[in-house]
Design a protein around this ligand. Structure first.
Ligand code: SF4
Length: 248
């Protein structure tokens, strides 16, 4: 079985708290968030493809240099069958495993959760089917999308001890930056180990041109919203280009 991917970042101090991680950017995603600037990864046919054995051999050479392997995308769980094979082999080599997800593939997520150490799920906006469909650009049925998102959250909540459960929102001025939206999200994921509010940075490569003129989210705005989330979740962080991740 093969995995399609865009690139591998060999060393990162930013992707696993207190650990050195290698990050694999996997290809493909069923969503089309207007603010996404990973279009190259969404065009799977243009991405590289390698076997499970290739990845095992690649990371075997790094057992002394890294602690963890992080899978991001795109949507890693679009290739859940391949990950189900690869992850146990990486764990045998002693690596911690982190997976980022939008929550779209809820059943695949449920399957993979027992095999990983760290899950990060993006929560794009307030919990409301129309808002979620709009921000994700999903072409299918809004209720189906919304039920998948809710199921994924429920699966993460159910997974007992040992899993670091992070939820993350990219705060986009004019779209999801009100205290009411953040309060709504925080209540749904109140069990989170950590909730992170991430800065939106202007990018001329966003999928939708509507997002190209939106300004940077200010650190002050993130701090204001983090205080709202703190009423419900103990560990809240903000992430900015200027200061990286800061616990609030
Ligand atoms: S979930 Fe949205 S932001 Fe993430 S890769 Fe897919 S389209 Fe891009």
């Amino acid at each position: 079985m093969n995995l399609r991917y865009g690139s591998i970042l060999d060393y990162s101090n930013m992707d696993y708290p207190g650990k050195v991680a290698s990050v694999v950017f996997l290809a493909g995603c069923p969503l089309r968030c207007g603010f996404c600037f990973n279009e190259a990864l969404l065009k799977e046919e243009n991405c590289a493809e390698e076997s499970i054995d290739f990845f095992v051999e690649h990371f075997k050479k790094q057992t002394k240099d890294i602690d963890a392997v992080a899978f991001t995308g795109g949507e890693p769980l679009q290739q859940a069958n391949a990950l189900r094979e690869l992850i146990p082999r990486l764990r045998e080599l002693g690596f911690l495993i982190k997976v980022d997800t939008s929550g779209f593939f809820s059943e695949e997520l449920a399957d993979i959760l027992p095999a990983i150490d760290y899950i990060v799920m993006d929560v794009k906006t307030r919990f409301e089917p129309d808002a979620y469909k709009e921000i994700t650009g999903y072409a299918g049925d809004k209720e189906l999308l919304f039920s998948k998102i809710l199921k994924s959250i429920a699966f993460i909540e159910k997974r007992d001890h040992g899993l670091f459960k992070e939820f993350r929102t990219t705060v986009i001025p004019g779209f999801n930056d009100t205290p009411e939206t953040i309060e709504n999200i925080a209540k749904q994921v109140s069990f989170a180990t950590q909730y992170t509010l991430q800065q939106f940075t202007p990018n001329y490569g966003t999928i939708s041109p509507h997002f190209r003129d939106i300004p940077l989210t200010s650190r002050e705005k993130l701090l204001e919203l983090a205080k709202v989330a703190k009423k419900t979740i103990e560990l809240v962080a903000i992430r900015t280009a200027e200061k990286g991740e800061e616990l609030v």
